[in-house]
Design a protein around this ligand. Structure first.
Ligand code: NDP
Ligand code: MG
Ligand code: MG
Length: 331
């Protein structure tokens, strides 16, 4: 069984009197930095001088410094920068400021697991990863609750790495919900597999395939959009709240019967075999290598596919239909 830690297993005292640098003020950075501060901890946010978020972090009442300045001051350095740039920023702006007994931490294991960051022996290295987008991390904290999280220790130099990780998890509210113990390897590989095979890659392709099939057969793109994309949220909300059985209880018997009859014809043994190959390419570093190489040449494939995907008819019809949905128009 996976070990789960709660508030009583974590002690903020391990972080008292220490300075925590939170590098980045994006989705995770803004949530973690503010919640740590509200937990009575000493936080400095590390950003680029020209970052548009510098003023935002200051307006939120936080101390802000450049990445090197923040790392120089800090005992604990939480790296919440985009994964693909962490290796470079680490080499230039973080590593020079690591000293004996400091801690280096992450919310995703990618750079450590795939050797893009090789920390010196004389620091603790651990991971605290909320299992949720930053905005929900922050909202739950403000409501006196928390989101579930993961902790993993990669390197325990001081003998206190786990205590520090659990204290940090408490500082952002995660021990209120429960914190699961994992490893950098498991967190990294399952995260990449989930987003590729199911959450992002699998779902996007399933939506487009359904939409294209209806449109090619002569049905109105608007109808295809509602059936294959729009309604997905209603279904996912039910699954999220009560599992597959809640969703199947809530839909009509006709829909439930169709689900059982057709699902396995769409996700076939061939699909499952391909999923195993995808996992293999994550495990053996093929995906990581391709993604790192892609970034070294300024991401031509990412940019080209992004453009092509934005041209897909489902995006055109969707943009029009969403104008009819007033509740979506805030952003
Ligand atoms: P974002 O893209 O939302 O934010 C990145 C931040 O890094 C921004 O504040 C950006 O500021 C700053 N930044 C970018 N480049 C530099 C640079 N060269 N020097 C200094 N600052 C820089 O990232 P996320 O919060 O999504 O991700 C951070 C980490 O958290 C990743 O490891 C990710 O895998 C992990 N994670 C993310 C989750 C999520 O919900 N998003 C969930 C769990 C883990 P600016 O551009 O203004 O300079
Ligand atoms: Mg991910
Ligand atoms: Mg329907």
């Amino acid at each position: 069984m996976v070990r789960v830690y709660y508030d009583a297993d974590a002690n903020l005292e391990f972080l008292k009197g220490k300075k925590i640098a939170v590098l980045g003020y994006g989705s995770q950075g803004h949530a973690q930095a503010q919640s740590l501060r509200d937990s009575g901890l000493d936080v400095v946010v590390g950003l680029r001088k020209d970052s548009a978020r510098w003023a935002k972090a200051e307006a939120d009442g936080l101390q802000v410094a450049t990445v090197p300045e923040a790392c120089a001051q800090a005992d604990i350095i939480q790296v919440l920068l985009p994964d693909e740039i962490q290796g470079r920023v680490y080499a230039e702006e973080i590593e020079p400021y690591l000293a004996d007994g400091k801690a280096l931490m992450f919310s995703h294991g990618f750079n450590i697991h795939f050797g893009q960051i090789v920390p010196p022996k004389y620091v603790d290295v651990f991971l605290v990863a909320p299992k949720s987008p930053g905005h929900l991390v922050r909202r739950m904290y403000e409501e006196g609750k928390g989101v579930p999280g993961l902790v993993a220790v990669y390197q325990d130099y001081t003998g206190k790495a786990k205590d520090l990780a659990l204290a940090y998890a408490k500082g952002i509210g995660c021990t209120k919900a429960g914190v699961f113990e994992t490893t950098f390897q498991e967190e990294t590989e399952t995260d990449l597999f989930g987003e590729q095979a199911v959450l992002c890659g699998g779902v996007s392709e399933l939506i487009k395939a359904g939409f294209d099939t209806l449109v090619e057969a002569g049905y109105a793109p608007e109808m295809a959009y509602f059936e294959c994309l729009h309604e997905l949220k209603l279904i996912v909300d039910l699954i999220y709240e009560g599992g597959l059985s809640r969703m199947r209880y809530s839909v009509s018997n006709t829909a439930e019967y169709g689900d059982y009859m057709v699902g396995p014809r769409i996700i076939t043994e061939e699909t499952r075999e391909e999923m195993r190959r995808v996992l293999q390419e994550i495990q053996d570093g093929t995906f990581a290598r391709n993604w790192m190489l892609e970034n070294q040449v300024n991401a031509p494939q990412l940019n080209a596919i992004r453009k092509m995907e934005a041209e897909h008819p489902i995006e055109k019809v969707g943009a029009e239909l969403r104008k009819m949905m007033p509740w979506l128009q805030k952003k």
